[in-house]
Ligand binder design. Structure first.
Ligand SMILES: NC(=O)c1ccc[n+]([C@@H]2O[C@H](COP(=O)([O-])OP(=O)(O)OC[C@H]3O[C@@H](n4cnc5c(N)ncnc54)[C@H](OP(=O)(O)O)[C@@H]3O)[C@@H](O)[C@H]2O)c1
Length: 245
């Protein structure tokens, strides 16, 4: 028996990186996966690849910074799937800059995707998740943990991820009887979010001595959304090779 038979899972930012890996793994455990993102070509290609393996996947274009697009996405989920069991808020961007050089546009962009996107996705899908006794996993970051203070230019990113962690905990408490809500705090994961994929600059900063592959993050997400984590809510789980120690 697969872990997610008959479950419907929606993953934001599934056109790439961690979201793409989550879509593949959740589908391989029997979930019908709804992939979202802005890039139609990439999203369709990922969905087609998953379908080609005999699993169920569909790509629906949605920019999480636009509430109208979230509402249109919700209408399609209701129409085509009738329910939602799993929401992975994962779409995110990383902009770093020296404090003196941060522009209003950069700040706005970061907070629109990394914070507003999570808030509004949750706001609009929480009702469906209450009905299904569903689960949410928010993709935060080790950089959002209060005890982790590193990164000379990560003001916008770190503070946006700290907001996600606190948002997760508040939601987990307020909806505890109906929906389990957790967040993950990945360390350095080899994905296109980095323009420079030469990770030697992190040498000496990761106790385990290597960066993560996105599949390793997806495995933790699978655990959190499955019944194996049936009594876990409100946690911020580091998946970071020891960076948060
Ligand atoms: N890689 C790491 O080291 C790391 C560490 C900790 C946390 N994280 C978090 O993991 C999440 C995924 O990142 P990743 O590393 O997998 O990076 P990635 O490969 O660049 O993926 C980012 C995803 O977010 C989507 N996205 C960006 N802006 C969007 C918007 N306005 N609306 C909808 N989708 C949007 C992108 O899709 P489109 O371009 O198609 O819109 C893409 O699918 C992010 O929240 C990131 O902060 C990553």
């Amino acid at each position: 028996m697969k872990k997610l038979e008959n479950k419907i899972a929606l993953i934001t930012g599934a056109t790439s990186g961690i979201g793409e890996s989550c879509a593949e793994l959740l589908a391989s455990e029997g979930a019908a996966v709804i992939l979202t993102g802005r890039n139609k070509e990439r999203g369709t290609a990922v969905a087609n690849r998953i379908c080609g393996q005999g699993k169920t996947a569909v790509f629906i274009q949605c920019d999480v910074t636009k509430e109208q697009e979230i509402l249109a996405l919700k209408n399609r989920v209701i129409k085509e799937f009738g329910k939602l069991d799993i929401l992975i808020n994962n779409a995110g961007i990383l902009i770093t800059n020296k404090l003196e050089d941060i522009t209003e546009e950069e700040w706005q962009q970061t907070y629109d995707v990394n914070v507003k996107g999570y808030f509004f996705m949750t706001r609009h899908f929480i009702g469906m998740l209450q009905e299904s006794n569903g689960v949410i996993v928010n993709d935060a970051s080790v950089t959002g943990l209060p005890t982790f203070v590193q990164g000379a230019a990560s003001y916008m990113y770190s503070s946006s991820k700290a907001a996600v962690i606190q948002f997760t905990k508040l939601c987990a408490k307020n909806y505890a009887k109906e929906v389990r809500i957790n967040c993950i705090c990945p360390g350095i994961v080899d994905t296109p979010i980095y323009t420079n994929r030469d990770f030697s600059r992190f040498d000496g900063k990761i106790p385990m001595g290597r960066v993560a592959q996105p599949e390793e993050i997806a495995k933790a997400v699978l655990f959190l959304v499955s019944d194996d984590a049936s009594y876990i809510t409100g946690v911020a789980l580091p998946i970071d090779g020891g960076m948060a120690i």
